[in-house]
Design a protein around this ligand. Sequence first.
Ligand code: UGA
Length: 446
Amino acid sequence: MAVIALHCPQHTVTVFDINKKKVAEWNSDQLPIYEPGLLEVVQQARGRNLFFTASDIDRHIAESEIIFVSVNTPTKTFGQGAGRTADLQYWEKTARMILEHSSSDKIIIEKSTLPVRTAQAMENILNTNAKGLHFEVLSNPEFLAEGSAIQDLENPDRVLIGGHDTPGGKKAVQTIVDLYANWVPRERIITTNLWSSELSKLVANAFLAQRISSINAISALCEKTGADVEEVAYAIGMDSRIGPRFLKASVGFGGSCFKKDILNLVYLCESQGLPEAAAYWEQVIRMNEYQEARFVANMVSAMFNTLAGKRIAVYGAAFKANTSDTRESPALAVCRGLLAEKAELVLCDPHALENARLDLGDDARLVTFEINPYIAAEGAHAIAVLTEWEDFTRLDYKRIFDSMVNPSFIFDGRNILDRAKLFEMGFNVFSIGKEPLLHFNQHPTE
Ligand code: UGA
């Protein structure tokens, strides 16, 4: 919404949230999320045509012509479809609230990621009204990635708008096309029917996650065969049909979307009587869980089959670099695995420690949170690099090595460190998808 406001000074954008604390943060220079470039965009538009508020929802609804609904749609934790399908209660409550306070026709936009045909349900709720109002529901899924959100919004690969093939539907779609055309080239704004748009969002995330699970499956094989996963990724990525992006082997994918959206897709397939298609996509998640568990298992076997009482510095809590978000972070999954082995954890991250503490729940009391990576590694037996923050590549690892217990181990779950140099310094180095570099005579896992 901030980027829309920035590029469309002729429109007034009001962002409403029920969380007063968050709204206050949006109105300050301490935004509630860490996202490079976002503050600058907010500062340019805020107070001009961008407003954040937690009050007067009735008036804001009544005055608006277009409403983007971006409420959360987490995985359902109860009842039918628990653990799989999306929990739509917030979406439905919002639809009812819109209906209650509306006195004119409106375009309602699904910005949240939703199961296919949700728009139908929303239309049924909205258009069954005694006021004679008409609501045109469109789907406009968001494809930005955290950490590069502003870049992705400024210069999107595509903007997708789905609507009905009716005169009212077409008119509403055109209104939203014109909105984005204020800064996005027309040829990158694509329009489809509603269901294609809803499904494309789930499928885009499923395909991206599938690429990561595919390369991670290969990373396991590389570690056994002496092949190097980065070389393999480079070699296959040169094939223009495959392409080079999203082929970085890692400790696993995280974030609030991939797992949730795939589970949603799996549920959709199952509920449409397509168990084979469901099982196919479910395997993408299973492979991700395997990769996280495999990382912990490798650490245990490398460190003489016990981690009990050993201090381990964990570099990275965020699910990826340049974000403070720790939702579904593989780093925290690995932390839980290490805690189960009774390791003593020192967790270090430049921006995500506060969220990590919340997400770890009860386990947080077993973890030391340390912003300084040098202090985190003091007296440690091992370092596990779990988020690809650039800060971790610039550290003085010789200094770190000298402060650690011998033999020292480093497990690079993101392949961001210079492994040959680390080995030379004296570290035993384990990198995802590569043969370990050891100062022992024998591979400790054999
Ligand atoms: C993802 C999609 O990339 C966005 O297009 C989408 O809009 C968004 O979900 C959403 O649905 O909201 P995001 O979760 O922010 O964006 O981050 P990604 O860059 O996709 O990374 C997801 C995870 O995959 C991270 O844990 C990242 O470290 C991991 N990853 C990514 C890899 O392990 N290897 C790669 O090559 C790329």
